[in-house]
Design a protein around this ligand. Structure first.
Ligand code: NAG
Ligand code: NAG
Length: 361
């Protein structure tokens, strides 16, 4: 008797709820919010109105999308695969006209983005991306109501890839000058990490709890950086060391925030090691060419001429044998391998949790 009364009360409450729509969102649904640079840009840069800033011309996108898709690769990027593994459609970029559904998450990442705002003025830097996120929160609340929005924001995974461009610019400004002193490097890393900390805390204050970081790749092996430095070997040491130091600082930051901020959880994917091992032992992973990019010109196709109108560049016929699609970005095939590790890899590649576990928490 009592049971039956309870059931009908519940049904009545559900029926009367003004948020019938929100009730359809599964209890464990975790949106994915993405922040970062061209490694994660899912089309955001198409809308900033600077021709050629986005991956908008042939041969970008051709392997998978059969046309340019605003992604710096021949196909999908890591956030695309992650969305797929989480059972979602590809995330939409925040600047997409007509956007009105935020429950799956949004991609804020944009090509050229830096952690330090003055580094590249014509890009959507990480601060602007977080400002866009703040701008989105009321829209999400409007869509699903305050209570549901609060729940979604705390369930959500906040995925970051940022910093690479800051270090490339640091090295670029120092060309033909004496090597950077250890203290100068340390100060710069502190600024980058300090700014990232501010943005994490901003999102935390909006209810964000689950943060995932792809650590910095071995930028010294990147064709564009080697070309810039005039370096002729496999990987240039100074950029590698900068990335290692940044990655150590990122790990230390995550451990500190875990102690400082109640409920804070993180995941770090060791992109550095995964990319590095593929540069040196590509054959083990199905890559025949791991130093020269598929698209570009100059030594290792390190001159970033890919897609540039009026420039001469060449494009390989077999992107799936290449690690690098252009001078700075992996191919669809490489991104798929990285994504699998990030999603479901063991603690040797992604720790303390993989993304699948982080999503389910
Ligand atoms: C928003 O997206 C979710 C997930 O794809 C979907 O279930 C829901 O129906 C969408 N809502 C609207 C208003 O389109
Ligand atoms: C963020 O970077 C700027 C330089 O762009 C620097 O002046 C500022 O101190 C940094 N913030 C933190 C918290 O480190």
């Amino acid at each position: 008797m009592a049971n039956r009364a309870n059931t009908s009360t519940t049904l009545l409450l559900l029926f009367l709820s003004p948020l019938v729509c929100a009730a359809q969102i599964p209890h464990h649904h975790a949106p994915l919010f993405v922040f970062g640079d061209s490694l994660y840009d899912g089309g955001m840069t198409l809308y900033i109105g600077i021709k050629g800033a986005a991956a908008e011309f042939w041969p970008y996108g051709y392997t998978f999308f059969r046309k340019p898709a605003g992604r710096y690769s021949d196909g999908r990027l890591i956030p695309d695969f992650i969305a797929e593994y989480a059972g979602r459609p590809f995330l939409q970029p925040y600047l997409l006209p007509g956007l009105n559904n935020y429950t799956n998450g949004i991609n804020f990442a944009s090509a050229g983005a830096c952690a330090l705002v003055e580094t590249r003025p014509n890009t959507i830097n990480i601060k602007m991306q977080v400002d866009y996120f703040l701008d989105m929160v009321p829209k999400l609340k409007e869509q699903v109501g305050d209570e549901q929005a609060k729940k979604l924001l705390s369930k959500a995974v906040y995925l970051f890839n940022i910093g690479g461009n800051d270090y490339v610019e640091l090295l670029n400004k120092n060309l033909k000058k004496p090597p950077l002193s250890p203290s100068k490097k340390k100060n710069y890393i502190n600024l980058v990490i300090g700014n990232i900390t501010t943005h994490i805390k901003t999102i935390y204050n909006q209810g964000g709890r689950k943060f995932a970081f792809q650590n910095l790749g071995p930028i010294g092996c990147m064709p564009s950086l080697k070309y810039m430095l005039g370096f002729k070997g496999a990987c240039a040491q100074e950029p590698l060391e900068l990335a290692q130091q940044h990655n150590a600082a990122t790990l230390a930051l995550m451990k500190r925030l875990e102690k400082e901020l109640p409920g804070f959880k993180y995941s770090i994917y060791d992109f550095y090691s995964s990319l590095y091992v593929r540069v040196h032992h590509g054959d083990k992973y199905g890559f025949k060419e791991t130093k020269t990019a598929c698209c570009g010109s100059g030594r290792w196709h390190g001159d970033f001429t890919c897609q540039k109108p009026g420039q001469t560049f060449s494009v390989c016929s077999t992107p799936n044998e290449h690690l690098w699609f252009d001078a700075a970005h992996p191919t669809d095939k490489a991104n798929q391998q990285f994504s699998k590790e990030f999603w479901s890899g063991d603690i040797n590649v992604v720790a303390p949790y993989n993304l699948k576990t982080l999503f389910e928490m």
